[in-house]
Design a protein around this ligand. Structure first.
Ligand SMILES: Cc1cc2nc3c(=O)[nH]c(=O)nc-3n(C[C@H](O)[C@H](O)[C@H](O)COP(=O)(O)OP(=O)(O)OC[C@H]3O[C@@H](n4cnc5c(N)ncnc54)[C@H](O)[C@@H]3O)c2cc1C
Ligand code: FES
Length: 255
């Protein structure tokens, strides 16, 4: 999907964690047309630097209010510039881009870091007949604000932390086998650091449950024109993450 430019109006831009921000943008068309797992490519400034747009997943969209929600971690110049946006500012959003998640009746969602954003999007937009549980992987208790974001959804939240300060100590894969045995999940969806997603996909495969992964390659155009986001897939195939993905069946890119 090639998307279109929409000059959005910032409704709010608030810090919700030590380096994580939530921005709501009035972007009527994308709010109505975006699908879970898709992303928009935002121009973070009106100046020429940085030149390239920055891809950010939809964490939510509300067709009635006409708003899209993005959750972003400040990691460099582009995301730092985004923190300066205030209500009333204009944000140039190119979207909706990429292939969405193919949702199924009973999903196990697994998110780590800002990869939780697309999991929140699925959880907030369950269709009739769909259910989900989510595993959130954090470093420690300072990141539990991510769990609060799921309070208005119907999904059951499980937490793992690297240091055991909240939830179960370890990575999300530590609790996946028990959850997969106890529940009749029809798919696993995951987004986060690549080693985490590979582990999640492996456990899903061992339990015979189809897994979809959302890759976060660095991007240029976001629309298939520059090859900046190419990645190797299975069977010597090459994919453009921006247009073939970012969501792929795990076996197409990991095994
Ligand atoms: C499809 C997609 C969806 C994304 N969704 C989100 C999201 O919802 N929230 C969010 O916070 N971020 C998301 N990202 C990552 C986000 O695009 C980058 O963090 C952002 O572009 C960094 O821009 P910057 O100018 O702040 O940092 P830069 O100065 O460009 O880079 C700072 C550091 O971050 C690393 N980095 C930059 N981009 C990426 C990337 N794509 N993957 C891995 N490392 C990177 C660089 O190597 C460098 O070390 C997504 C990326 C993709 C491809
Ligand atoms: S970012 Fe340009 S082809 Fe994917």
């Amino acid at each position: 999907m090639s998307g279109y430019v929409e000059m959005g109006k910032v409704i709010r831009n608030v810090q919700i964690g030590s380096d994580v921000w939530l921005i709501d943008v009035y972007a009527l068309k994308q709010a109505a047309e975006a699908k879970v797992g898709q992303f928009c490519n935002v121009r973070v400034t009106n100046n020429s630097a940085p030149l390239l747009r920055r891809p950010i997943s939809y964490a939510g969209f509300d067709a009635e209010k006409g708003t899209i929600t993005l959750l972003y971690r400040v990691v460099g110049a582009g995301t730092e510039l985004m923190t300066h946006l205030v209500a009333g500012d204009t944000l140039d959003c190119l979207g909706p881009l990429g292939e969405p998640f193919q949702t199924t009746p009973n999903m196990l969602l697994v998110g780590g870091g800002v990869g939780i954003a697309p999991m929140l999007c699925i959880a907030s937009h369950l269709q009739e007949g769909e259910a989900a549980q989510v595993i959130l992987g954090f470093r420690n208790e300072s990141e539990t604000f991510w769990a609060d974001l799921f309070k208005d959804t119907s999904v059951k939240v499980h937490i793992t932390t690297d240091d055991g300060s909240v939830g179960t100590q370890g990575f999300p894969t530590a609790i996946m086998p028990a959850l997969l045995q106890e529940n009749d999940f029809t798919s696993v969806m995951t987004c986060g650091p690549t080693p985490m997603m590979k582990g999640v996909a492996t456990v899903a495969q061992e339990h015979g449950v189809p897994c979809q992964v959302s890759l976060e390659e660095r991007m240029g155009c976001g629309t298939g024109g520059c090859l900046g986001c190419s990645c190797d897939g299975a069977n010597n195939k090459r994919y453009k993450v921006c247009t073939d993905g970012p969501v792929f069946p795990a076996e197409e890119v990991f095994f």
